[in-house]
Design a protein around this ligand. Structure first.
Ligand SMILES: Cc1cc2nc3c(=O)[nH]c(=O)nc-3n(C[C@H](O)[C@H](O)[C@H](O)COP(=O)(O)OP(=O)(O)OC[C@H]3O[C@@H](n4cnc5c(N)ncnc54)[C@H](O)[C@@H]3O)c2cc1C
Length: 809
């Protein structure tokens, strides 16, 4: 066996084979895949082989489309058939909410370029003749659905990779991965050791065990899943004869079923609400091309629904039951990318829809290995979206919850209950007693709004405005008219120290670094000049800085920071996570409130906009920045976590006769809309450049060189392609959620990134990207919300305080 390779891919399921193929496509030939048994001998061989482009994240949906279009290519290169049947499919719905959901999915497909159609049930029956029309109210036709042969497909990837120079070694288990001093890897196998530059963990059912070789506990869990294949169904035979074609794929959302034709019968799969993990702690190495014993009792409720919705199934005999495990991450999306702190160690696992996603995962990961960047926006599947808080028990609870909700709607204002509360601050119990309604981000409980006295913090889940709408409105108005306090512990915060701190930060970030005692806003770019972060930097001292950014991106940003630290030890970066907690006070009376807490001069002259001071607030030492995401006069107050309760006590006490109110995350999101301020993972993502995102003024081309400068300069010279535009939307009772299409003169030209109701100014607002050529046009825009188009008016300046007098005054 060879002893050297540039990349060793561990695992020959559909995902590992795709990664291998894509590496060869990028011209890397010195690559090898090591498989424990035969190719496909994890979850791949017994898959139903179905594929589609449906995903909650449009960027993942695009990669799914890429995957489906790839099958012809690998067939051609390998000469191996994938058995692809691109039949198209129908998605059936039985209730109004799901119908609304379908309208939104269809609308999104408009800008994704997938020509779906909303059709009546009668029409759907022409594609899936087994349905009982009475059970449904509508359907969507989807052209990019179908199925393939899982084994043929995996072999096609592997063979295409071999044709292009790769090697596949079978019957050889990897037993360890050991990193050498120089950062390269010894991949220890049953047949010897391969020394490699890069290791890819594509271990599928055993990815967790492979990760444990390097002390990594990946947040994935395998669930046992069943589908059955029926005997011949006369209705299917009749349909084939009559139409000369095969039945289309069918997803019955309310039945929680996926179905398709299999020979002259049907394949019926289901996700039951009480799903069961397979090998919750450790997957056995001797499990191979085996199945679990059939257990139809466990899915009997779902099958009953199947028989009710599709009566011909009730009469059909069952030929075969497939019961096998496959893996999920807590949110159901893959885990892809480099692992923070493990140089050249990559994962491509937790892929629950290998035949929809495998190609896209292989493409993104191979780009990342070769170029240092995935080349797409893969935030939704980046392994860094989870931190160490996502341990095995957390993962189990969330995966079981997610599995049972596979075909259920998650509403935009819905907060799912599993594994909560997990991370809480010292204010959690008090906020709970005050009637807070909590959401969770990055495992941390955060107050979203506060129920008025005597009311319960309960929210009706909906795509439209909920019962919390007037409450959030009151919070917004109270901030703008007086003063409010919000906990901001959920922001990510980092301390950067050392003699090289300033020059390092200035190399990483696009703006000039602030003077001592000041703050600066600054994007962070990747090598291509695209946005990978958006921070506030505080210079506390010559060799001590703090940066504040998006909470859920902490691991993502730490991975980037650590990968770029100088080797000479001149800079140290530390995530402050829970070491530092925060409260923000905002509104016209916030300065008066702050002044009551300290002897320091906090007047506008002494502490102007963007000032940063370390000062005592009564008995509590604090760091105070004069900035607020509300866009109002405001201050961010950072204290050590053990001082948080005392700081809160003082603020409440001092604010009592100023009419201080508590406001939550939803009010903050509403207030920032009035300033047209974007947020990470919504407006700011790696598919946009800073100019496109309206952050051009925070990029200084006059300072030192910085990462992404060339790309940003090119963008500036050529003007980029897109522009972020703020629209007011002429609606009465509904607001955008995000991902709606933007129409311009009857064509879909862009998409909404976020929005909602801006309560203080009383306008429905949407932020979205459109081509730069039309971005200056004031007329002709519409935004489609739940199937209806509304006039949308571009706003050229913030709706609230356009000159920034409030925040600067
Ligand atoms: C019943 C069922 C139905 C499904 N239906 C569909 C469907 O219709 N459509 C769809 O897209 N997906 C479906 N799936 C999911 C699909 O099977 C997975 O998404 C896919 O198999 C994931 O592939 P993988 O390569 O990540 O993992 P795996 O297939 O598990 O592959 C991992 C490979 O790594 C090897 N390996 C692990 N550890 C080592 C080691 N230490 N050394 C060497 N080799 C190692 C294993 O032997 C294995 O071959 C279904 C799954 C099940 C169980």
């Amino acid at each position: 066996m060879r002893s050297q390779a540039r990349v060793v891919v561990i695992g020959g399921g559909v995902v590992g084979a795709s990664v291998l193929y894509h590496l060869t496509k990028r011209g890397w030939k010195d690559v090898v895949l090591v498989e424990r048994d035969e190719l496909t001998s994890g979850s791949t061989w017994h898959a139903a082989g179905g594929f589609h482009t449906l995903n909650g994240d449009p960027n993942v949906a695009k990669l799914q489309e890429y995957t489906i279009n790839l099958y012809k290519e690998i067939e051609q290169i390998s000469g191996q058939a994938t058995g692809i049947h691109l039949t198209g499919g129908v998605m059936l719905v039985s209730n109004r909410d799901r119908w609304d959901w379908l309208k939104m999915a269809h609308a999104r497909n408009r800008y994704l370029g997938v020509p779906t159609e909303l059709i009546p049930v009668k029409e759907a029956k022409k594609h899936w003749p087994l349905l009982d029309e009475k059970q449904f109210i509508g359907a969507m036709y989807h052209p990019l659905e179908g199925h393939l042969d899982p084994s043929g497909t995996t072999h096609a990837y592997a063979k295409a990779a071999r044709v292009q120079g790769a090697e596949v070694i079978r019957k050889n288990r990897v037993t360890d991965t050991v990193q050498r001093q120089d950062g390269t890897w010894d991949v220890v196998t049953e047949q010897g050791t391969i020394h490699a530059e890069h290791v890819v963990n594509a271990g599928g059912l055993w990815a967790r065990e492979v990760g444990r070789f390097v002390g990594l506990e990946l947040p994935i869990l395998a669930m046992a899943h069943q589908y059955l294949i029926t005997e011949e169904i006369p209705e299917v035979v009749a349909f084939n004869k009559e139409t000369g074609r095969e039945m289309l794929h069918c997803i019955d959302f309310d039945g929680e079923l996926y179905m398709r034709q299999e020979r002259t019968g049907a394949l019926v799969g289901t996700y039951e609400p009480n799903g069961r993990p397979w090998s919750p702690k450790a997957a056995p190495w001797d499990f191979s091309t085996e199945l679990l014993p059939p257990d139809l009792d466990h899915i009997s409720d779902n099958l009953e629904r199947a028989f009710q919705h599709h009566p011909a199934l009730a009469k059909a005999g069952i030929k075969n039951v497939i019961h096998g495990p496959f893996t999920f991450a807590p949110d159901g999306n893959p885990l892809v990318g480099p692992i923070r702190g493990l140089h050249n160690y990559w994962v491509a696992c937790g892929v629950m829809a290998g035949f929809s996603q495998g190609g896209g995962v292989g493409l993104a990961l191979s780009n990342w290995i070769v170029d240092g960047d995935p080349g797409f926006d893969i935030w939704a599947m980046d392994v860094a979206r989870y931190g160490s808080w996502a341990n095995m028990s957390y993962t189990s609870k969330k995966v079981i919850e997610n599995y049972g909700r596979r075909f259920r709607i998650t509403f935009p204002n819905e907060e799912l209950p599993a594994a909560r509360p997990l991370r809480t601050s010292a204010l959690y119990d008090r906020f709970k007693a005050m009637g807070a309604f909590f959401g969770v981000a990055y495992g941390l409980e955060q107050a979203l709004w506060f129920a008025p006295k005597g009311k319960k913090p309960q929210e009706k889940i909906t795509f439209r405005r909920s019962n919390a709408f007037p409450i959030i409105g009151d919070e917004c108005r109270a901030v703008r008219n007086g003063v409010g306090v919000i906990e901001i512990t959920g922001y990510a915060k980092y301390e950067i120290t050392g003699t090289g701190a300033e020059s390092w930060l200035s190399h990483l970030l696009t703006n000039r670094m602030p003077a001592k005692g000041h703050l600066a806003l600054t994007p962070m770019l990747n090598e291509a000049g695209k946005l990978i972060g958006d921070f506030t930097v505080a210079k506390a001292d010559d060799e001590r800085f703090y940066i504040f950014g998006s909470g859920p991106a902490e691991n993502y940003h730490m991975r980037w920071f650590e990968a770029h630290l100088p080797k000479d030890g001149s800079v140290a970066v530390r995530p402050l996570a829970f070491e530092l907690a925060g409260l923000s006070i905002a509104g016209p009376k916030s300065r008066e409130l702050l002044a009551r807490l300290t002897d320091e001069d906090v007047s506008n002259a002494a502490m102007p906009f963007m000032a940063f001071r370390e000062m005592d607030l009564g008995i509590v030492p604090a760091k105070v920045g004069r900035v607020s995401f509300t866009g109002d006069l405001g201050f961010e107050i950072w204290v050590r976590s053990d001082y948080l309760a005392a700081a809160h006590d003082m603020i409440v006490e001092a604010g009592r006769d100023l009419g201080l109110v508590h406001f939550g995350g939803r009010a903050l999101m509403s207030l920032r809309l009035e300033k047209s301020w974007g947020t990470w993972a919504r407006e700011y993502r790696p598919i946009y450049g800073p100019l496109e995102a309206g952050l051009g003024r925070f990029v200084s081309f006059k300072k030192n060189d910085f990462i992404g400068r060339d790309g940003a300069l090119k963008e500036k010279e050529a003007g980029g392609k897109l522009r972020l535009v703020t629209f007011t939307v002429e609606t009465r009772d509904v607001d955008v959620i995000g991902d709606e299409p933007v129409w311009y003169k009857n064509n879909v030209v862009g998409w909404v990134t976020s929005g909602g109701y801006a309560h203080f100014v009383g306008q429905s607002v949407a932020l979205g990207y459109v081509p730069k050529e039309i971005a200056e046009d004031d007329q002709g825009f519409e935004i489609e919300i739940i199937g209806k188009r509304y006039n949308a008016k571009p706003q050229r300046q913030p709706l609230f305080d356009p000159k920034g007098e409030r925040m600067r005054g």
